[in-house]
Design a protein around this ligand. Structure first.
Ligand code: UAG
Ligand code: ATP
Ligand code: API
Ligand code: MG
Length: 487
């Protein structure tokens, strides 16, 4: 059992009512999770205000309440702690509750609009293969060595993060690679963590529904680097126009990587084909199964990180060439009819453009590119016309369909995508609201040699419509449709 006053060490307090020398069995930020002996942290969120659930949490057994505003009437026998920032308090308390596990291993955070899952997952694979016990916290899953755990967020809440870091530390994990989303930073989910280093991939349009302006989104990402402890490292993409800005105020050791400009770590693309590309990294050639300029950046960031963390260049290059593509990231197969189907998690304008640039560079003649794409509901609406524009401009046929409409009418989302299509491209666009039918349509339209891109959902195994999730797997579906066509 933990003692409340120990959990509050380092949390700026505004007022305390009751004893802090009490035992705490469980730490919660959701009243529905509270049980006897819990400390309940009330958070003002986007949809609700945790302060409204203080009484409910006490009725469920909470013995301490941490909040930004004390309730008007205080209950006897309950300890109330007023803090300026509940989210920060939760993060610090969660770290202490689990014994500050981030200090028992080397934790490396990866942030940026695109490439976080790719970079963290491949660093995980590389360090495992190099013989280290390794951990991963990513959009797809959480891993501790060979053990795999499902996850709901790219960056989980502070309690979940610390509970997994604790498990990792118990299992003897030496390195943990973790995706750091802008929502995670804004909500201080990493508040009490000790980072060994952080990596910046790139910055482009996303999540403006939440951050409102691009500058606010950018500055949220920068906070990860501003907060790095002394002795840690900050690695940035010097080709990205915000790359140097990200690390300008950090106290960490600074490193950069780039394909175009001067940087500590440099790479060049020598050859490119569907099953891989040949890169030159720091004057050494290496073959990788991951294609596209965007993946050259990812591979270079991985090389630089492994080098900064002490691996030998030749060993890194050998391991890099053995890395597999990440689920749902440029995951492809070629059917018997010689149709190439690619499933990719491009759900931002920049990612969609990068993937289509890569695909178009693979065309040798008159092959058609058929893109099936939609945009998620209840999320950044301003990316919809931009993605509609890119898909119609860079494909011979674009089939606009549903992604995860969530609570929005799918047709309304598609209308917003259509608004970005230029007049000369409208004849290239088909609308098939049902994603399964859209994939079937693409398969029917494709001729031998053509390339089908199914973008936006990547590894996801569900589709969320009107708040309900049903099984859905882009890769499994396109594979079975194309195989049925030949059987
Ligand atoms: C908009 C957003 O990010 N919301 C996250 C946030 O919720 P919130 O604090 O706004 O929650 P809220 O529903 O307003 O409720 C406020 C408080 O009241 C509490 N409550 C609520 C109801 C109740 O009965 N009792 C109770 O105590 C809630 O637990 C909460 O503490 O904090 C929660 C706990 O950490 C998250 O689960 C939740 O993620 C929602 C589900 C979500 O969809 N988030 C997405 C957008 C997200 O975080 N995405 C990023 C990826 C972005 C990227 O790819 O770059 C991610 O890291 O996954
Ligand atoms: N370095 C990169 N630069 C630009 N685009 C990229 C890069 N790496 C991957 N992409 C594109 O972005 C998509 C998502 O990649 P990935 O899942 O690695 O990003 P992420 O940052 O983890 O995304 P999320 O914010 O959803 O967690 C890929 O499917 C690909 O289309
Ligand atoms: N990490 C992204 C995932 C979007 C994936 C897309 N398929 C959608 O549902 O919008 C986000 O939180 O916006
Ligand atoms: Mg991710």
């Amino acid at each position: 059992m933990k003692v409340l006053k120990d959990l509050l060490y380092g949390v700026p307090l505004q007022a305390v009512s009751g004893s802090t020398a009490i035992g705490i069995e469980k730490l919660c930020f959701d009243s529905r999770e509270v049980s006897k002996g819990s400390a309940f942290v009330a958070i003002r969120g986007v949809a609700a205000d945790g302060h409204a659930f203080i009484e409910k949490s006490i009725a469920s057994g909470a013995v301490a309440v941490i909040c930004e505003t004390l309730p008007e009437s205080l209950q006897e026998g309950i300890t109330y702690v007023e803090v300026a920032d509940s989210q920060y308090a939760l993060a610090i308390m969660a770290s202490i509750f689990y014994g500050n596990p981030s200090r028992n291993l080397k934790l490396i955070g990866v942030t940026g609009t695109n490439g976080k899952t790719t970079v963290t997952s491949l660093l995980f694979e590389l360090f495992q293969k190099a013989g280290f016990k390794t951990g991963l916290i990513s959009t797809i899953s959480i891993k501790i060595g060979e053990a795999v755990y499902p996850t709901t967020h790219t960056t989980p809440d502070a309690i979940t993060i610390n509970s997994y870091l604790d498990k990792m530390s118990e299992a003897g994990v030496e390195f943990c690679f973790m995706e750091v989303s802008s929502h995670g930073i804004a909500q201080q989910r990493m508040g009490g963590l000790h980072f060994e280093g952080a990596i910046f991939t790139n910055l482009s349009h996303d999540h403006l529904d939440y951050h409102k302006t691009f500058a606010a989104y950018r500055d949220t990402k920068k906070r990860l680097f501003d907060g790095l402890p002394e002795g840690s490292f900050a690695l940035t993409n010097a080709d990205d126009k915000n790359g140097l800005y990200m690390i300008q105020n950090t106290g960490a050791r600074k490193y950069s990587y780039a394909l175009k400009t001067y940087a500590d770590y440099r790479a060049q693309i020598l050859e490119q084909q569907l099953d891989g590309q040949l890169l030159k990294i720091q004057e050494q050639e290496v073959w990788t199964k991951l294609i596209g300029a965007f993946n050259a950046y990812n591979i270079l960031a991985i090389y630089a990180t492994a080098h900064i963390l002490g691996l030998e260049p030749l060993e890194i290059l050998k391991l890099l060439s053995g890395l597999h593509t990440v689920d749902g990231r440029f995951q492809y197969f070629v059917s018997k009819q010689r149709i190439t189907a690619i499933v990719d998690y491009a759900h931002t304008p920049d990612a969609l453009k990068n993937v289509l640039v890569t695909i178009n560079a693979l065309r040798t003649g008159n092959e058609n590119v058929i893109t099936v794409v939609g945009c998620g509901g209840d999320r950044d609406k301003s990316k919809r016309p931009v993605m509609g524009h890119i898909a119609s401009e860079m494909s011979q046929t674009a089939i606009f369909t549903s992604d995860n409409p969530r609570s929005e009418p799918p047709e309304a989302i598609i209308r917003e995508m259509e608004a970005g299509v230029e007049a000369q491209n409208t004849r290239k666009v088909l609308t098939v609201t049902d994603r399964l039918q859209a994939i079937r349509t693409a398969c029917k339209l494709a001729q031998s040699g053509d390339i089908i891109l199914i973008a936006g959902k990547g590894h996801e195994t569900y589709q969320e419509i009107k708040g309900k999730r049903r099984d859905f797997d882009d890769y499994g579906i396109v594979k079975s449709v194309l195989q049925e066509a030949t059987s």
